[in-house]
Design a binder for this molecule. Sequence first.
Ligand code: NAP
Length: 307
Amino acid sequence: MRNVVILGSGCAGLTSAIYTARANLEPLVISGAEPGGQLALTTDVENYPGFKEGVLGPALMQEMREQAARFGAEFVSDDAHAVDLSPRPFVVEAGDGRHEAKALIIATGASARFVGLESERKLIGHGVSTCATCDGFFFRDQEIVVVGGGDSAMEESNFLTKFASKVTVIHRRDELRASKIMQGRAFRNEKIEFIWDTVVEEIMDVEKGEVTGVKLRNVKTDEVSEFPCRGVFLAIGHIPNTQLLEGQLELDQAGYIVVHDHTKTSVEGVFAAGDVQDYVYRQAVTAAGSGCMAAIDVERYLQGLEG
Ligand code: NAP
């Protein structure tokens, strides 16, 4: 039986692995099929303290992982497929393994939301992206579309104008959800245009294996049109990775874990860190900070169990 099992290997999970390993708790990290979390999908990270020239996201995650391993953290590279929070010890199943733990840290993060088209899944990485920071560079002097009307869509659109010749925002309503300041920036940017009341119904061309355009539908008139572009950036929000926990601990309406007293969840002995419980800040450094907090909270909890 483990003292602590950590679900997730992004900034939050790996920071809690470093801290619990250094506290001699011999943590097991279920790093999942997408190790490194969202930073593993980015390129330059310029706002993580301590790297004045910036650092590549995947390199930073590799350093964190090796740092945790140096202090004795162990890793399982499968996704967890079942978690049972009712018995003590808790049970986590991943791959063929069954792991028991006195305490759990949930750091499974949040994933980008997709529109729900087969073509977007087939073309992801081939002109469809959920991360402007990661992929903007590939669209130098090309025309691209951004789907969404929130702060992310505005931020990404502005960022993408550094590369693209034109950015067209496609929003399903006639009003943006984004804050006024972000709206203002986008409206003032001459390279950004808007198509309102419109949804993307298809991304072409799956057969060619590249993006050549999108099929659009105006939701008010039902008019269908085709819009040529070379890239499609989805910026329609994130979904917290809490599906395995539904009904087992308190989640908010959007599915994020509800924490109290910093990192405690509604189940004693289960702690949460990073984007799975934070839809406000969602930064590498805040995720790392909450991973540290969860590790210290676990340490105190385990000391309490020993009486
Ligand atoms: P969001 O605020 O939830 O906005 C998602 C946008 O995508 C909305 O405009 C929504 O349309 C649209 N959308 C959702 N599902 C869709 C679908 N299936 N098809 C088409 N459109 C769809 O998400 P977000 O922009 O990622 O922001 C999340 C949070 O982070 C927010 O609190 C935001 O303020 C914050 N944030 C802040 C900054 C900043 O201040 N620098 C930057 C990024 C994010 P509707 O409007 O019609 O619902």
